[in-house]
Design a protein around this ligand. Structure first.
Ligand code: AMP
Ligand code: MG
Length: 420
């Protein structure tokens, strides 16, 4: 508690934490969730908690890449249209079975794509390159050893690392692990995140607002953001600006929580319920970050689980989540790459921001002839939620810049891909 004492100095206008400092205190507190073994279908999207090492070669047997004939390359080394080589067909190699016959000198075995290569044969001649008459196959050209044969271990060698610790299991990894015989990988589970909204003015989106009432949007923004991060959101609903109700709601959900996120009620107003409930209690701290939007923040542990008290304004919620919560959820998920990809883009318009704060301006990034451009999606107000939905990036205008001019370069955190 005492180590953060200066942070409680919220009225003086001084002692603002930098975004980096604020992010660092969050990240130094959270840890990957303990690992467990789950079926591949549950492991999808989770992060591998230990290296998976191949226990056998892949493919595990040599097979044909074509329909045709398995033969000995020496037998047909001198074959040509004018001096073809006739081979005796001695059998048929089928997929999924050990070949019945072996291939001796001047012999051939029919073979299907994917069928194991019969002993004795060392090359495959495709069906379209031969002439057939009865039990004889006529070869018109040579084929080197190994042609159209998929060798043992060509893909994966025994003892090699198939998938590394820290890798998020996507479609390609699931297929690889299934093929290599790892149906129950050890992964970090997805954190369950309890999401609640605070405010006497809030109503569910299913209701029509009376004058002054506001439909709860933050819960849904956070729901989507948590999901998109790979974690599991649990909506705990709207809590009135009532300290007892807030604490009770958190405790009711504690049993299934890996983390908590609330929105609203963290500024200095007397109705700021989150702050009233936790200020100077436990180890939840309230502080201001030199950023816009998203200046007031609360963070700490409740029952040993991370708790974020995000500000109430809808844009602040989105930006605070991106900057502080998402990287932490990534860490809880076991990922090592915590941040969004960043690009450098050229601003197409002036962006005016608060001096002394890092401004996150909502922009659309697009690839132009001369690299990336960033175009603001609207005004700066942190209540303007539509500016987020039109954006795909957050341009970071550093503290100390009053107006970032059109034509100047900015770093942009890209929060969704262009096809979304
Ligand atoms: P607060 O920090 O609680 O004073 O909230 C700041 C502003 O955000 C107020 O205008 C609130 O009405 C608005 N707000 C707070 N929570 C939500 C929410 N869940 N959905 C939409 N707007 C909200
Ligand atoms: Mg409020």
């Amino acid at each position: 508690m005492s180590q953060h004492a200066r942070l409680h100095d919220h009225d003086s206008g001084e002692g603002l934490l930098s975004v980096e400092e604020a992010r660092e205190r969050v990240l130094s507190t959270v840890h990957p969730l303990g690992s467990l073994q789950v079926p591949l279908t549950d492991a999808y999207g989770c992060v591998l908690a230990e290296d998976i090492v191949a226990t056998h070669d892949l493919p595990s047997f040599a097979s044909s890449a074509m329909d045709g004939f398995a033969v000995r390359s020496v037998d047909i080394a001198k074959a040509s249209p004018s001096e073809p080589v006739d081979l005796k067909i001695v059998g048929r190699a089928m997929i999924g079975r050990r070949p019945e016959s072996t291939v001796g000198g001047h012999e051939a075995s029919r073979i299907a794509t994917g069928a194991p290569i019969p002993a004795g044969a060392d090359t495959v001649v495709p069906i379209e390159n031969v002439e057939l008459s009865g039990e004889t196959v006529r070869i018109l050209e040579p084929a080197p050893e190994g042609r159209h044969i998929r060798p043992v271990g060509e893909d994966v060698r025994t003892g090699s690392v198939l998938v590394e610790t820290g890798k998020r299991l996507g479609a390609p990894e699931l297929g690889l692990l299934a093929n290599a015989g790892f149906p129950h990988p050890v992964v970090h589970p997805r954190p369950r995140v309890i999401v609640l909204s605070t405010g006497d003015e809030l109503i569910p989106p299913t209701e029509d607002p009376q004058f002054g009432q506001v439909r709860d949007s933050n819960a849904y923004t956070i729901f989507g953001a948590v999901r998109e991060a790979g974690a599991i959101p649990v909506l705990a609903g709207i809590v009135k600006d009532d300290v007892d109700q807030l604490k009770e709601t958190l405790l009711v959900h504690e049993i299934q929580a890996d983390a908590f996120i609330s929105s609203g009620g963290v500024s200095v107003g007397e109705r700021d319920v989150v702050k009233a409930a936790f200020f100077r209690r436990g180890d939840v701290d309230f502080y201001r970050v030199a950023m816009q939007p998203g200046m007031p923040q609360g963070f700490g542990n409740i029952e040993g689980k991370p708790f974020w008290g995000l500000p109430g304004n809808p844009v602040s919620v989105f930006v605070s989540f991106e900057v502080f919560v998402r990287p932490a959820l990534m860490k809880m998920l076991g990922r090592t790459q915590l941040g969004r990809p960043e690009i450098t883009a050229v601003l197409t318009q002036d962006v005016t921001g608060p001096v002394g704060k890092l401004q996150f301006a909502r922009v659309v990034v697009a690839r132009g002839d001369e690299g990336w451009t960033a175009t603001p999606t609207g005004a700066r107000g942190s209540n303007l939620i539509s500016t987020v939905s039109r954006a795909n990036g957050l341009a970071m205008i550093p503290p100390g810049t009053e107006t970032a001019r059109a034509g100047s370069q900015v770093r942009v955190m890209v929060f969704r891909s262009s096809e979304d």
